[in-house]
Write a protein of this length. Sequence first.
Length: 337
Amino acid sequence: MSSLAFGQNDMNPANRHPDPSAEAFNHFYNLDYDLAIKQFRDFTVAHPQSMEGWNYLAQAIFYSGLFDCGLMGSDLVKSNDAVLHAPKVVFPAEQDAELQSAIGNAQKIADARLKTNPRDAVALYELGITYGLRANYELLAKHAWLAGLRAADESRKLHEQVIKLDPNNYDARLIPGTHQYLVGTLPLLARMVARAAGVSGDRVEGLKKVELTAARGDSARLDAQILLAVLYRREHRSGDGIPILTKMTEIYPRNFLFRIELAKLYADTGDRIRATAELERIDRLIAQGAPGYCGSRISMIRRNQAEVGVQIAQLPQKPAVLASAAPRAQVRADLLK
């Protein structure tokens, strides 16, 4: 579900609206959603015709709901049916109305631009983001599987149009790649049904597209890197995700989930010492009252720590790092250069 990408990759700078401040995105990736929502909301007031602004606001609201429901970890995509069994994301009525309004405004502006110029790559890209948001909402908030899959497929098609217009747009490869990967990991019967409906998947090729965005993307590069760490864990390549999440903990120190996920990756590779060290580092941050590790977050952090603790307890007392993990992790560090 992390396939939604912040920002835009407009080939004509004259068409671009000013981006929200770096501070707004910093709040977003540090899990400070109330602050991020306020700043994105202010941006839409100042730039009401910005498709990007409305998408930024919608994403911040949506991820706030995911966070409140405890659905932000990699466990959401750890198996083919994890999403099917996830609880519904519940939004307060006022927040739900603002989310729907933001999605609707972004789509309305994009549709108007495409009527004027069907080859408007910026409008196609942002409309793809909007449909991706709609897909996530239908799947996770409504459990409306058919509506969600249709919106996801439309998102993929729109970004594939962007790639045809601009083959060097690596941001636009993220959503098609994620879609291709997820369909490719479905059970055989489900893949056959999807193929009959005109939806194809390829796990390997889909992952390559995500890797390409993570390495060469622009506005979607960060989201692709985060998603890549999640997919590597699903692929039993947790060692490859370690340098990615290590870097994220440095850039966004208030995001405790990056540290929790990093501890999971270490535990996956059998590295009991480093996994435990990450949990102990979190303990110290809580004791210090560090930003992001205090107040109402503590109970959520403790629940996540307990889950990782169970995983660590099942490891041998001596670290047993997978032999292939370190070399692959070094290769993946190149993504962050």
